[in-house]
Design a protein around this ligand. Structure first.
Ligand SMILES: C[C@](O)(CO)[C@H](O)COP(=O)(O)OP(=O)(O)OC[C@H]1O[C@@H](n2ccc(N)nc2=O)[C@H](O)[C@@H]1O
Ligand SMILES: Nc1ncnc2c1ncn2[C@@H]1O[C@H](COP(=O)(O)OP(=O)(O)OP(=O)(O)O)[C@@H](O)[C@H]1O
Length: 286
């Protein structure tokens, strides 16, 4: 039996502005996404009986609600294929961390199964299906760092610096819905007028309300903030800071290890999923 094993990388929101709220309650954002060379791993094997089966259950997420299963079933329905898949997940990314683990798992599933089922689907179609699963899925389908508008689906590729990051993982799960419905959330940031999108200092509009509701996140920001500028990603809980080398990032994480949990990872403008897919295509064309 042939299996395909692919990564599902994390993302960071390098900054995030909320510029409005749509009639359906979703918020209009401006944000920059960059990937991390750190993530989950998924393996796929085709079944010819049409069954979709995830063999690795995640605690607290029922099989049929898992974004991996939902992505596979949607692709199956919309493509009309009679094939199914066995899927195995190695979960590395924290859930509710704002680093997009579930969304990335869904995107990896879409790209893997489109390939294994030999569907003639282009990236636009996969990204549109991805958006119906979550606002963060399209950027993982596209696989390039991006300036995002709308709810995160209008993507313009960008190439920010690729530093090493310390990512701290406060031991709390932050609910995206709770933060987006918070009465004190800033929702009227001014849209950016500058092009190209400026690099460097900005802010995450979710950070003040997350810090207020979750003291663990405030602590993590204060701890990392002693070494570099520290910021929240997405709606949290994870916070990150950039360093010029792996050695410096490792040193800071070691110094914080008595009170904080986290990891070090390189920022990447082409996601490791897409790098792996490109290498597979090259191999098969040799
Ligand atoms: C905060 C970010 O991670 C930034 O990249 C994303 O905007 C969140 O993306 P996501 O986790 O894929 O979110 P979804 O699963 O689409 O939405 C979860 C819930 O968050 C709220 N939500 C989400 C995205 C958005 N732009 N506005 C919202 O108000 C909605 O109540 C929605 O029901
Ligand atoms: N494969 C999956 N991996 C993680 N969470 C999943 C998965 N499938 C469904 N979920 C559900 O989605 C919720 C959000 O998980 P996720 O890891 O994407 O959070 P996040 O990092 O905060 O994402 P985002 O940055 O997109 O808001 C989880 O709490 C869980 O209930």
């Amino acid at each position: 039996m042939q299996t395909l094993t692919l990564p599902a990388p994390a993302k960071l929101n390098l900054w995030l502005h909320i510029i409005g709220r749509r009639a359906d309650g979703y918020h209009e954002l401006e944000t920059v996404f960059q990937f991390l060379d750190h993530g989950d791993e998924l393996s796929f094997a085709v079944r010819d009986d049409g069954v979709i089966r995830l063999h690795t259950e995640i605690e607290a997420v029922p099989h049929d609600s898992n974004l991996i299963v939902r992505a596979a079933r949607k692709l199956q329905e919309q493509s009309g294929t009679t094939m199914g898949a066995d899927i195995w997940l190695t979960k590395v990314l924290p859930m509710g961390g704002g680093i997009g683990g579930g969304s990335s798992d869904a995107a990896t599933t879409l790209l893997a199964l489109a390939h294994l089922w030999q569907l003639d689907w282009d990236e636009d179609r996969l990204a549109a299906l991805g958006l119906s699963l979550g606002a963060d899925v399209p950027v993982f389908v596209r696989g390039h760092a991006a300036f995002a508008q709308g709810v995160g689906e209008q993507l313009t590729p960008v190439d920010p610096e690729e530093p090493w990051y310390v990512v701290l993982v406060p031991q709390v799960s932050v609910s995206t819905v709770e933060i987006f419905s918070h009465p004190q959330l800033t929702r009227d940031s001014r849209p950016l007028k500058m092009r190209p999108v400026p690099e460097g200092n900005s802010r995450n509009d979710c950070q003040p309300v997350v810090e207020q509701s979750y003291p663990e996140v405030r602590n993590a920001l204060n701890s990392l903030g002693k070494f570099t500028e520290a910021r929240l990603t997405g709606t949290g809980s994870c916070v990150f800071g950039a360093f010029p080398s792996k050695a410096e990032a490792d040193k800071v994480l070691a110094l914080l290890s008595a009170t904080q949990t986290g990891f070090v990872a390189k920022g990447s403008n082409v996601s490791m999923l897409h790098r792996k897919l490109q290498s597979l295509v090259k191999k098969s064309s040799v």
